[in-house]
Write a protein that binds this ligand. Structure first.
Ligand code: 5AD
Ligand code: SF4
Length: 426
């Protein structure tokens, strides 16, 4: 948005009015890519009636990239973003022949796109990229083929961006990367480790005297050291919430997924988190219906979910991705079975998160107020440090953007209801 606005374009909420339409694609599952194909076909019909420029970027598998070249005016990789103005200018004066930087050698090392200052959509919340790409090659995953190899952003740049955000009064900051805790490993000793980066941010937060919560997503269990958890425990601004994708609760499935850890190792990390961060909430990602997954193997995932008691789990049905190793194996769990397995795990999630939330009833907790509650007049939508949604009853919209102490009055499966501390509301 900031690059496009820098070219003089203005944002419109009405797609039909746009002169330039772009898609930032996600290739993690086929469904999202199917949507892109449907959209661009519609836009290409509009082009018969009026001038319109279209582009696509983001995460695109090589096979889709070739097809997109015929459907979009511009195709570029996200790290080529600084070239977008030049590409658009070129399109305007010449022909409608697709213009594409990606014809050039793929250059994962190019990192000047990180210098683009983002347009923040919220005054309270911001996302800070710290690394891009992945070297892990999980057999189901598109990311190593769409984003290339791991490249860490310079820690000095990350720290100065975080410092600026804190000074501006941003309250929720999330460090982003495909593998945040392998941060620095690609720089072979010339860059700090992820634990050290967190520590530096912790010190920055302490010195600033400002209240904010800093999150990171996602770490990989393989690189999840005790040191990272220790650093989080030491600083108030490092939020006590860990999102640690497990993907499966079965050792054989984990092996075929090339995850490089066992269920026992995952449980050890969970034990470290419970010991060092006793108040932390735990989120995960799980895939159901991976190639060859048996009913018994799904039961292992169910058992792990019961044991760990996640507060949130993003459960996905396996979707074969062209180029990833597992795409060569049969997608042999039927769509119906995948749905059943997803429902089974989702029932467990609801039960364990409800049990956790019920324990919070009657207790006081700190929340950050995000917006007016879209589903209840006079109520506010907020979140705990552990990212659990809390509806605050009968509270003024003036509190949006502030931290508040609330008393939890009731619990639901994936959310809570509270009232402002000191309020006499019944
Ligand atoms: N099919 C289904 N889910 C997937 N994910 C990644 N690749 C696939 C796939 N091919 C899920 C994983 C990952 C999350 C971002 O998306 O659970 O953690
Ligand atoms: Fe994909 Fe695995 Fe890399 Fe995560 S670690 S981005 S799941 S290949």
């Amino acid at each position: 948005r900031s690059v496009i606005e820098g070219m003089g374009y203005e944002l419109t909420a009405v797609e039909e009015e746009a002169d330039l339409i772009g898609v930032v694609a996600c290739s993690v599952r086929q469904k999202a890519i199917d949507k892109v194909y449907n959209k661009v076909q519609k836009w290409n019909r509009w082009k018969a009636k009026r001038p319109l420029l279209t582009f696509v970027s983001g995460c695109i598998l090589p096979a889709d990239e070739i097809k997109f070249l015929k459907l979009f005016d511009l195709v570029f990789r996200m790290n080529e973003l600084p070239e977008l103005p030049a590409l658009v200018r070129q399109c305007g004066v010449s022909t409608s022949i697709p213009s594409v930087l990606s014809d050039l050698e793929r250059n994962d090392e190019r990192t000047d796109f990180w210098q683009v200052e983002p347009t923040y959509t919220s005054p309270y919340e911001a996302f800070v990229p710290i690394q891009n790409g992945c070297n892990k090659f999980c057999t189901y995953c598109a990311v190593p083929y769409t984003r290339g190899r791991e490249v860490s952003r310079a820690s000095g740049d990350i720290l100065s961006e975080v410092r600026k955000l804190i000074e501006k009064g941003v309250r929720l900051i999330t460090l982003l990367g495909q593998n945040v805790n392998s941060y620095g490993l690609d720089k072979k000793g010339e860059e700090c480790s992820f634990a050290e980066l967190l520590q530096k941010i912790g010190e920055l937060g302490k010195a600033s005297g400002q209240d904010f919560w800093l999150y990171f997503t996602s770490p990989h269990p393989r690189d999840m050291t005790r040191e990272v958890i220790e650093v989080v425990s030491r600083y108030g601004c490092l939020a006590k919430q860990i999102h640690l994708p497990v993907q499966s609760g079965d050792d054989e499935v984990l092996r075929r997924m090339n995850r490089n850890y066992t269920v026992d190792r995952y449980k050890e990390i969970v034990a470290d988190i419970r010991e060092l961060l006793p108040t932390a909430t735990l989120f995960t990602d799980i895939i159901v219906g991976f190639s060859g997954e048996t009913d018994e193997q799904l039961d292992s995932s169910a058992k792990l979910m019961e044991e760990v008691g996640f507060n949130m789990a993003y459960i996905a049905k396996y979707s074969p991705r062209a180029g990833a190793k597992a795409a060569e194996w049969p997608d042999d769990v039927s769509p119906q079975k995948k749905s059943e397995r997803l429902a089974k795990l989702s029932t467990i999630l609801k039960r364990t998160s409800l049990a956790h939330n019920e324990q919070m009833v009657g207790k006081s907790c700190r929340v950050f107020v995000e917006r007016a509650d879209p589903r209840m007049e006079g109520a506010l939508a907020s979140r705990t440090e552990g990212r659990l949604p809390v509806r605050i009853l009968q509270a003024s919209e003036e509190l949006i953007g502030t931290f508040q102490d609330v008393e939890i009055v009731s619990a639901a499966e994936l959310s809570l209801t509270g009232r402002l501390q000191g309020s006499t509301l019944e």
